[in-house]
Design a protein around this ligand. Structure first.
Ligand code: NAP
Length: 314
């Protein structure tokens, strides 16, 4: 029998239950994917806990945006996909499962050289980093201040910003500074005195800032150091962006992504998959859990100190 993680009420990780779910066949335009790895994102536990508002729960609720697996059945009218194809599944809301029926529009081909865990680690973090850097017009010669450089979004943002020709000053705890250096960033410890440490690391100043940490410190230091506040963005404090006078994409923002921003997010997935398959883009996997232990994965993610990505393995 297929299995999935479901919950019936908002709450702590203990509300997550590993349950049998009915067999489902793909309908027109859909495929059935046997899941090999699932990406855990902070939005998953924010929705589960109620930290991010959602509609009242009336039937068992599923979760998870990102997965990778093999197509095992194809519905009517699906062009370009066949049984046996290895795929990345993105932009869904029920990824924590052993099998998934998904619309073919959610699929990206997984290069054979790309592992399952890395493939499942791509969609939300990499597409977010890619779109936000493009929207902030991060380019050649820019000095980017990145808050939260060692997380999944942060590691993607460092690599993509370096490819765009920027210098990256990234914050993380001391223990993760070597990792930031490996990815091409100048590491700086967050905490009191941050602005002075950034000034020392970037004596010519910073041009643009991206907040992937969601702290008051990140916003205050960005506003102090970046002259043009239109070049400060957050992906965490979206609901406060207008009051703070900075830009935001999702992260609780009342302003939806534009079609162009959504298109950028979609474009990032095959691009990152190709780069990673060639060894030109790294996806660090911090922790792996069996799917049935999703609650433990959430406890880990909620510490706020995961270096890289958590994946679930069915
Ligand atoms: N708006 C969107 O579309 C969107 C999309 C994706 C993610 N997000 C949000 O963006 C955030 C990051 O996502 P993620 O997947 O990268 O999360 P994550 O992997 O859980 O990020 C954890 C990282 O945050 C760092 N961190 C913790 N406290 C910090 C602080 N005070 N200052 C700077 N860094 C700190 C940690 O570094 P140390 O361990 O070194 O302390 C750790 O590496 C989450 O809040 C997520 O919900 C938003």
């Amino acid at each position: 029998m297929p299995h999935a993680i479901e919950y019936d009420r908002l709450g702590g990780p203990e509300v997550l239950e590993y349950r049998e779910i009915p067999y489902e066949l793909p309908g027109p335009g859909e495929v059935l994917v046997e899941v090999r790895a699932v990406g855990v994102n902070p939005i998953d536990w924010k929705l589960r806990s109620g930290a991010r508002p959602s509609k009242p729960i009336t039937t068992p609720r599923r979760l998870g945006s990102d997965a990778a697996g093999v197509i095992v059945d194809v519905g009517e009218g699906v062009d370009g996909w066949a049984v046996g194809d290895e795929v990345i599944v993105a932009r869904i809301s029920n990824a924590y499962a052993t099998e998934l029926v998904v619309d073919a529009s959610k699929l990206t081909a997984k290069p054979a050289e790309l592992g399952w865990e890395a493939a499942a680690a791509i969609p939300v973090p990499v597409s977010t980093a890619y779109q936000v850097l493009a929207s902030l017009e991060v380019g050649d010669g820019d000095a980017l201040l990145l808050h939260g450089g060692s997380g999944a979004v942060g590691q993607a943002a460092i690599q993509l910003a370096r490819r765009r020709g920027a210098t990256v000053i990234a914050t993380a705890s001391e223990a993760n500074h070597d990792r930031l250096r490996e990815l091409g960033a100048i590491p700086v410890a967050y905490g009191p005195g941050l602005a002075d440490r950034v000034r020392a690391a970037a004596p010519e100043g910073v041009d643009v800032a991206l907040d992937a940490a969601g702290t008051d410190e990140a916003i205050e230091v960005s506003k102090e150091l970046v002259a043009d506040h239109h070049r400060i963005g957050t992906i965490v404090l979206g609901w406060r962006a207008a009051e703070l006078g900075i830009r935001a994409w999702s992260g609780g923002s009342p302003v939806p992504l534009t079609p162009e921003e959504s298109a950028l997010r979609a474009e990032a997935i095959p691009l990152a998959a190709r780069l990673a398959a060639r060894g030109e883009f790294e996806l660090e996997i911090a922790h792996r859990y069996p799917l049935a232990e999703a609650a433990e994965a959430h406890r880990q993610s909620e510490t706020g100190h995961v270096r890289g990505k958590i994946v679930l393995l069915p």
